[in-house]
Design a protein around this ligand. Sequence first.
Ligand SMILES: Nc1ncnc2c1ncn2[C@@H]1O[C@H](COP(=O)(O)OP(=O)(O)O)[C@@H](O)[C@H]1O
Ligand SMILES: [Mg+2]
Length: 364
Amino acid sequence: MRGGHALEDAPPRLPRTVVDGDREVAETAAVLFADVVGSTALRTRLGEDAADALVEVQEQLLTRAVRASDGTVVKLTGDGLLATFPAAASAVGAGVEVQQVVHAHGLAEPERAFAVRVGVSSGDVQRRDGDVHGITVVEAARLCDAAEAGQVLVADVVRLLARDRGGHPFRPLGERVLKGLPAPLAVSEVVWEPDGRLHPAGVRGGAGDAPGWPAGAAPSGVLPPGSLLGRDDDVARLRDRCTTSRLVTLLGAGGAGKTSLAAAVAPSVAGELGVQPVWVDLQPVDDPERVVPTLADALAANPPPAADDPPAALAAELTAREVLLVLDNCEQVIGAVADVLDALVVACPGVRVLTTSRETDRPT
Ligand SMILES: Nc1ncnc2c1ncn2[C@@H]1O[C@H](COP(=O)(O)OP(=O)(O)O)[C@@H](O)[C@H]1O
Ligand SMILES: [Mg+2]
């Protein structure tokens, strides 16, 4: 055990970092700033309400892009975000993902198109009270300020750390004098291409996630990204149906590919509509009375437990929600599902539903 004497004698230059229990921890991280270009002008053009709605979409797109690359959103800034990543290559990947989803959003919704600039640096940061501090953060912010609309600017250290792991080439831009930094910073631009997505939802999932599902929300056991074969026409048709109708049903024999198709299409449709995709597998639910509680759980809704009319009570909780609800395997509780959908379709204008159900010889 250390004596008080030794502690008193210790010079006060113990690093203020890596101090357990002092809420301040230093670590090496990649830091990314993303910023919507011209958000004030966008607000003037769209009006307050539409601009507020767009901010939500922006936050969702940027947040998903960050999380899909193992990033942590440190804070939302109102017209952008600050995020940290354990690896430089992940931050570069997120920067490109941000640009790609924003580009895809612009194609899907030209009247609400917007542009983003991104800056990334890497080095030591201090985490304190839920925020991050340090020169690395300042560098990322200044790089973001210096970036053009659609550009991802990175400190050269990021290029060196990431090398070609992200698969995105860098274009060195030489040294730049950036406001507030003590010395010029060597800067590179990440060269990115639109990825041909027709929709902004595509989030690269982790292992087991279907393409486009936010982490943790993916249906399990579905085909991995890109492996839905020979279904291009069906995908296009289903996507079209789901964007024009609020209730779509995929009916077919077991093994026909309903689950795979729904899992592949739902996130892109949800992204296009700017709503959250929510997947509910009803296969394990064989009691019709469990349908409402199961949906309430999945949607984090809290209807009164002993309501006279559970479907109406659930719908009353969801009137302001914007979701694409996928109900897979409705066959065994189809009657109860129909009751809920009747209530949702009437009471919840922002709720859209895609169901899959097995075709049976006789109604169940
Ligand atoms: N287009 C496809 N390309 C390749 N495999 C597919 C395709 N559609 C379905 N499958 C595979 O066929 C099996 C049955 O598909 P699934 O979507 O579960 O059918 P359903 O939900 O209609 O019972 C699964 O193993 C799935 O991975
Ligand atoms: Mg299925």
